[in-house]
Design a protein. Structure first.
Lengths: 312, 134
């Protein structure tokens, strides 16, 4: 396990070999034989799951949680809990075109929503991960995904038809993201990532208008804390990848739908780190491809210059 | 009104775990009541073996994708309300349904029955490899 090697790769530097991060999320609960909802509500179980998974997979880094409902919940959204999945957001307080302030939403504090659970879990897990030489990663919900949670699917229409409203919701979402980055820095996270999966589902100009500017506050928090930043995106993100490279984070991570050779060349061109893309569904979940062969393909394509091997 | 309905299949990774998939599902589930009466829709999570067959049958290329009447219409792009109405209208089984859809173009999303509509579509319910689809 090699925390510094992971940080170097995330920052786009050459490494002796590709470091490895399992984005385990609620899989940690499966590994300690607990339901996902129970683990996510219990700081001791969450810390146990994360540390156990880091050991089991010999991880160079591991996220505290991979759960994009934390910010929405802390800002005022309700959750639907699942025993085998992350919670989903079950209401959208801005769906009738109220601004976040009009809807009574405020910036989260350390006592809002599930943040106390995360602070306590990090307090327990961090020293154990340090002993393993494993980085602790803090993942927060990116501006467009959080805006979707707050306003619902209408945000994808509003970014064209009601730009002022969309801008207000996305700005608030960016401010919430910056608070999360502050919290993760205070917890002792080594790497903090802005996770904005729905940002792959929009046009490049929409990304430039709503995602890039509303990611800068969090970028600054991470940079000022001397930590390492990343931007995670999912799906077929081809149309926005140039924007992802230019968003101002030290690197990015993509999922199994992207071609690793294309991604590698793009990351090298922009001098940023990149991670992915062991096939989560085709290999790891469904077994339609051999995970071993898939890993070899990813590792060969990724190389040893800014590359982190990870599921996608 | 005709009993014929427009069939919509949403190919996802998993609408609970994957936010993009979730909002693809929601774009259909938040259609207003009058549109809901004219459509029938389901989530097909690729984590489920039955859904893999559906993915292959429809010729899916990326996740998430909204298929309307078996056409891959919105591939990795969450549609605007009007775009959805227009694409459904193009594939309406009768002129009557087409006209009704077009008349609803300015109505906009409705979130009042979201949870119920998502449940009806099996959203988040078949995300294990051994889950069975009805």
């Amino acid at each position: 396990m090699a925390k510094q090697m992971l940080i170097d790769a995330y920052r786009g530097k050459k490494t002796a070999k590709a470091p490895w991060v399992p984005y385990a999320g609620v899989h940690c609960a499966f590994l300690i034989d607990e339901p996902a909802d129970k683990m996510l509500k219990d700081p001791e179980l969450l810390a146990k799951g994360v540390v156990h998974t880091a050991k089991r997979y010999k991880a160079d880094g591991i996220p505290l949680v991979f759960d994009l409902s934390v910010e929405a919940n802390a800002a005022g959204c309700s959750l639907k809990w699942w025993g085998d999945n992350v919670p989903s957001v079950s209401n959208h307080p801005c769906s009738k075109m109220q601004s976040p302030r009009e809807a009574g939403l405020g910036l989260p504090t350390k006592d809002s929503g599930r943040w106390p659970v995360l602070f306590e879990a990090a307090r327990i897990a961090k020293p154990q991960l340090e002993e393993l030489d494993c980085a602790l990663m803090g993942l927060f919900c990116g501006p467009l995904t959080l805006a979707s949670h707050l306003a619902g699917v209408r945000i994808f229409t509003d970014v064209y038809k009601n730009k002022e409203f969309a801008a207000e919701v996305c700005k608030f979402a960016g401010e919430v993201g910056a608070k999360s980055a502050e919290f993760y820095a205070e917890m002792g996270c080594d790497i903090i990532a802005n996770v904005d999966p729905v940002a792959s589902q929009i046009k490049a100009e929409t990304f430039r208008e709503f995602v890039t500017p509303n990611s800068q506050a969090a970028n600054k928090v991470i940079k000022d804390a001397g930590l390492t930043s990343s931007f995670f995106i999912c799906g077929d993100a081809t149309k926005v990848m140039e924007e992802v490279c230019k968003i101002g984070t030290d690197g990015f991570a993509i999922d199994e739908q992207m071609n690793m050779n294309f991604i590698r060349d793009l990351a090298l061109k922009h001098g940023v780190g990149f991670g992915g893309n062991l096939k989560l569904t085709l290999a790891l979940s469904l077994g339609l491809l051999s995970p071993r062969e898939d890993a070899i393909v990813s590792l060969a394509a990724g190389g040893q210059h800014g590359y982190t091997f990870a599921p996608g | 009104m005709s009993d014929e309905k427009i069939t919509i299949d949403v190919l996802t990774l998993d609408s609970v775990q994957c936010a993009a998939c979730g909002y693809m599902m929601e774009s259909i589930a938040a259609m207003p009541k009058d549109v809901q009466d004219m459509i029938v829709y389901k989530e097909w999570s690729i984590k489920n073996q039955d859904s893999v067959a559906k993915f292959q049958e429809l010729g899916g290329r990326v996740l998430p994708t909204i298929c309307i009447e078996s056409d891959l219409v919105f591939e990795s792009i969450i549609p605007q309300y009007e775009e959805l109405i227009d694409e459904m209208a193009k594939r309406a089984p009768s002129q009557e349904i087409k006209d009704r859809l077009i008349s609803l173009r300015e109505v906009g999303f409705n979130f009042d029955d979201l949870a119920e509509n998502l449940e009806k579509a099996g959203s988040g319910m078949s995300t294990r490899t051994d889950s069975k689809r009805s």
